[in-house]
Design a protein around this ligand. Structure first.
Ligand SMILES: [Cu+2]
Length: 177
């Protein structure tokens, strides 16, 4: 009897009732919702991810870093216009004011995954950890949407800050498609 209940407890603990990663997560007034990434074509080693960051009234925070087991490096990017050419630029941090909703989306601020361990395929789940100054780390799982889901930039010019870091110069070809 005792053994049986012990076994039952072990099974309960090992069950799917305690997902470590979810599609939406909240910590200390900061919520990360609707994370998604775009499938990457062929041998692309760079991908884009998008999500919404919401803060409760009276809660302001700052996204200071990101990590993913699927990528060697994760950055926050924004777009700037250089003349009439749209370029991407890396942001060191992303501030979110109190009661605010910041949507990271194609063509706007977004998350970049560099040195992907393998291509992102439609239907896959990609783990992302967003680290906030006050709320700490928030773990979510991004769903991978089809290649070209809303072709984001389609831009000819590429960021000048970080292309060298990829080692391949391939960032120059990254269109998130
Ligand atoms: Cu980018």
């Amino acid at each position: 009897m005792r053994l049986l209940s012990f076994v039952a407890a072990v099974i309960a603990c090992a069950g799917p009732a305690l997902p470590a990663w979810s599609h939406e997560a909240t910590s200390r007034g900061v919520t990360v919702a609707h994370p998604w990434a775009r499938a990457t074509p062929g041998g692309a080693t760079v991908g884009g991810a998008y999500l919404e960051i919401k803060t409760a009234d009276g809660t302001a925070d700052r996204l200071i870093s990101l990590q993913s087991p699927a990528a060697g490096r994760v950055e926050i990017h924004t777009h700037i216009m250089d003349g009439d050419v749209m370029k991407m630029r890396r942001l060191d941090v992303l501030d979110v004011g109190p009661g605010q909703s910041k949507v990271l989306k194609p063509g706007g601020d977004h998350v970049m995954l560099f040195d992907l361990k393998q291509p992102l395929k439609e239907g896959d789940l990609v783990k992302l950890t967003l680290v906030f100054e006050k709320a700490g780390p928030i773990d979510v799982q991004a769903t991978v949407e089809p290649v070209g889901a809303t072709g984001p930039h389609g831009m000819a010019a590429q960021p000048t800050d970080g292309g060298a870091e990829t080692g391949s110069g391939d960032h120059g070809a990254h269109k998130h498609q």
